[in-house]
Design a protein around this ligand. Structure first.
Ligand SMILES: [Zn+2]
Length: 361
């Protein structure tokens, strides 16, 4: 794994504190004493600022303000600029929620092997399913997770009792948690038209969706909505959504594209760490992981840690297409930091398999 420099560690501590604050949901109601993680981040940042002759944020709301007012380049920290973009922010100004980048920084600071860390809950379910030989129930459950970021309690009950899922009902139920009142606007909860996740109000600008893919496609617009009384459940915490369930849509999309090219596609294989296992006629099975990270450098580091953890570079890493479309340097940077040549965009990977399949036909 990458050994973080002191100032990178401090940034990681601050990012973790901002994630903790967000989990308290109501950003307007900070009270003393702050959670230990938050207080410790404030103290460490204050000490660092004193040494630098800078004025530190004195409270949790002040820290959140730093998050959306100061791009990383103007924090009093010396950071490797190839990893932390000068114009990156830790908190989204419109919604007050941590950015995807903030979550990536926090995760990488907290876990030696980020991919292993975020997949624990799914891995536990996979182990249970494998023990009982329930491959199809596992696949059906993963499909529900990929397709439904949000469910009403009624819908969740009907999913849990589906015959295909049933043996894993307890696991599926645990993935969906109650939401706080922060999502309600005039007694209503709104879902994003693009991804089906929940929207937060974002002042006069309209709406904020935590998925950067939705914003990348243009204006975020509200879709389905419910009365607050309906009891909505959302999948996991933000970390689970960002790193595990949100890329699930790209998994389904890519699998479909590849299957149409005549490649055998197995979704959510029970063994190993892949999202897909694909086999070109006459070829060997390949393990594929679909990833959707804001920072190509942090993604590269996480891949390097995963490769070091498994002892071999066995997976093909496919980056959500919109990330590579938006940044011509993305793939190069991720590859450099991962020290792996197996990083592709969705289109590149599908083209490669299509060519292999047609040359065999
Ligand atoms: Zn969305």
């Amino acid at each position: 794994m990458t050994t973080l420099g002191k100032e990178e560690q401090l940034l990681g501590t601050v990012a973790s504190a901002l994630v903790t604050l967000d989990e308290l949901r109501d950003l307007t109601a900070f009270r003393m004493p702050y959670p230990a993680k938050v207080q410790s981040a404030l103290d460490r940042l204050a000490l660092h600022c004193l040494r630098r002759g800078a004025r530190p944020p004195s409270s949790a709301p002040g820290l959140v303000r730093w998050g959306y007012q100061r791009p990383l380049g103007s924090w009093p920290l010396v950071l490797p600029t190839d990893v932390y973009p000068d114009d990156g922010f830790l908190v989204d100004k419109l919604s007050g929620a941590p950015t995807a980048l903030c979550h990536e920084i926090a995760l990488c600071a907290e876990a030696a092997n980020p991919f292993l860390e975020v997949s624990r809950q799914v891995a536990e379910m996979a182990a249970f399913a494998a023990e009982r030989g329930r491959t199809s129930a596992y696949g059906a459950t993963r499909n529900v997770l990929a397709a439904h970021p949000v469910l009403t309690e009624e819908r969740l009950s009907s999913m849990v009792f589906k015959p295909g899922v049933r043996v894993l009902d307890e696991y599926l139920g645990k993935f969906y948690v109650k939401i706080g009142p922060g999502f309600a606007i005039d007694g209503r909860i709104h879902a994003c038209d693009g991804c089906g996740g929940l929207l937060l109000p974002a002042g006069e600008e309209g709406w904020w969706c935590e998925r950067e893919e939705c914003a990348a496609e243009g204006l975020v617009t509200p879709g389905e909505y419910w009365d607050y009384e309906v009891r909505i459940r959302v999948q996991g915490d933000r970390r689970h959504r960002q790193f595990v369930s949100d890329p699930g849509k790209a998994v389904l999309r890519l699998g479909d594209k590849i299957a149409r090219a005549g490649v055998r596609v197995e979704y959510w294989p029970l063994t190993g760490t892949g999202d897909l296992r694909v086999t070109v006629p006459g070829g060997e099975a390949r393990t594929v992981r679909i990833v959707d990270w804001h920072s190509p450098a942090l993604l590269g580091r996480a891949i390097a840690a995963s490769v070091a953890g498994t002892g071999a570079d066995i997976a093909y890493w496919v980056v959500a297409q919109y990330r590579i479309d938006a940044d011509p340097g993305y793939q190069r940077i991720a590859t450099e930091h991962a020290k792996s040549s197996r990083i592709f965009s969705e289109d590149q990977f599908a083209d490669m398999l299509r060519q292999e399949a047609s040359s065999h036909a």
